[in-house]
Design a protein. Structure first.
Length: 222
């Protein structure tokens, strides 16, 4: 899953990027509203969620959010609002925010809210995603097969996480690349094949199908 962090306080932006990275997200960071708007508006590189501070230089967060929504960008957005400003929360939610947190906040709470937003956007009610014998626990970035823990690298986890959030759907290589790498990463499309090959060795046979010329599909036994 790929997350955009928009925060002009450099220390907080760094803390957010680090915490989200440790949770297994690919993270891009913007420090002002103009960059944020540009990055979130690129439909070829959609984000799975955005953490958006409202008080931003160049273009305020509320304007950024309104512009995205007006352009049809529907990714989940969690806004960060100033303390004691209930008005900002109301305006933010009316402008299309899916959730909010008041500064200062606990990182654990932000991570939990973000997981819930991404889960709901994918139509999943639980923090644990199941596909046959495979269970992926989004709270602890953990995967088990028949109850046995499976060790995955962070990129393998991101690939499986995205496929499990889109179970039964064909996911193209380019879509996987967009969702597992941050923007400034060296994106080699061949690496997706490598991650899939490694996942296949670690997971039950037949779980990940290759749709020739189209991409991959996670097949969940009903
Ligand atoms: Ca700010």
């Amino acid at each position: 899953m790929r997350v955009l962090v928009v925060e002009d306080e450099l220390t907080l932006a760094g803390q957010l990027a680090q915490a989200l990275g440790e949770e297994g997200y690919a993270v891009d960071v913007a420090h002002n509203g103009v960059d944020a708007h540009f990055m979130g508006d690129d439909e070829r590189a959609p984000f799975d969620a955005v953490v958006l501070d409202l008080g931003l230089p160049q273009m305020d967060g509320l304007t950024v959010l309104k512009k995205w929504r007006a352009a049809g960008r529907g990714m989940p957005v969690l806004i960060l609002t100033a303390r004691d400003n209930w008005h900002e929360k109301v305006t933010g939610i009316d402008a299309g925010a899916d959730d909010y947190l008041t500064k200062p906040f606990q990182m654990e709470e932000l991570l939990a809210r973000l997981r819930a937003l991404i889960r709901r956007a994918g139509g999943h009610a639980s923090a644990e995603l199941h596909c046959g014998p495979v269970m992926l626990d989004t709270r602890h970035s953990r995967v088990t097969v028949n109850g046995q823990a499976v060790t995955l690298t962070s990129h393998e986890y991101r690939v499986l996480d995205y496929l499990m959030h889109h179970c039964g759907q064909i996911v193209s290589r380019s879509v996987l690349i967009e969702h597992i790498y941050a923007q400034d990463c060296d994106r080699d499309s061949n690496t997706v094949e490598v991650f899939i090959a490694r996942l296949r060795k670690k997971l039950p046979p037949g779980l990940i199908e290759t749709e020739r010329g189209q991409g991959y599909r996670l097949v969940c036994p009903s």
